[in-house]
Ligand binder design. Sequence first.
Ligand SMILES: Cc1cc2nc3c(=O)[nH]c(=O)nc-3n(C[C@H](O)[C@H](O)[C@H](O)COP(=O)(O)O)c2cc1C
Length: 168
Amino acid sequence: MNLLDLVKARYSVRSYTDQTIEKEKLDYIMECVRLAPSAVNFQPWKFYIVESAEAKSKLCQCYTREWFASAPLYIMACADHTQSWKRRHEGKDHADVDISIAVEHLCLAATEQGLGTCWVCAFDAALCKSLFSLPEHIEPIALIPIGYPADEAKEKSRKSMKEIVFKL
Ligand SMILES: Cc1cc2nc3c(=O)[nH]c(=O)nc-3n(C[C@H](O)[C@H](O)[C@H](O)COP(=O)(O)O)c2cc1C
């Protein structure tokens, strides 16, 4: 699969089978995450693998959509704000940018391995922080369910090239 085919194949999976994810596949996906680029190579991230029944039940309290609970495993992608690069001019913290790149590596690698994922950001981050006793400087940015898809890809709806690309 070339990159465009992979990008086309990835979609937000919102229903999963209960099939467990092979350790080799998870290791492969996390290696793709680990190698993601980041501002000044600071790698200001922590990825928590949420797999135990207790941890899954806590995570599902933070995002209560029924479909979310069907995943066999989740990655809680967190920013470490003590390690992120801040732009000198106005102090912009680039942790979100860095985490986003790593998470998309995750989603594409999972797709390549025949697995499905879905970005989830509409969760209760404060509750998540408290349920998992995360320190002050660790911010949960995205929750990513991973599993074998039990649904089908829908046709992608995207803006046209001319709406988003401009020559200056
Ligand atoms: C940063 C980000 C946050 C998202 N948060 C959620 C979410 O909280 N819940 C959800 O069901 N989908 C979420 N999505 C998935 C988007 O709705 C989805 O990517 C978009 O509709 C395009 O569909 P596709 O991923 O199937 O191509 C999120 C996607 C991104 C990139």
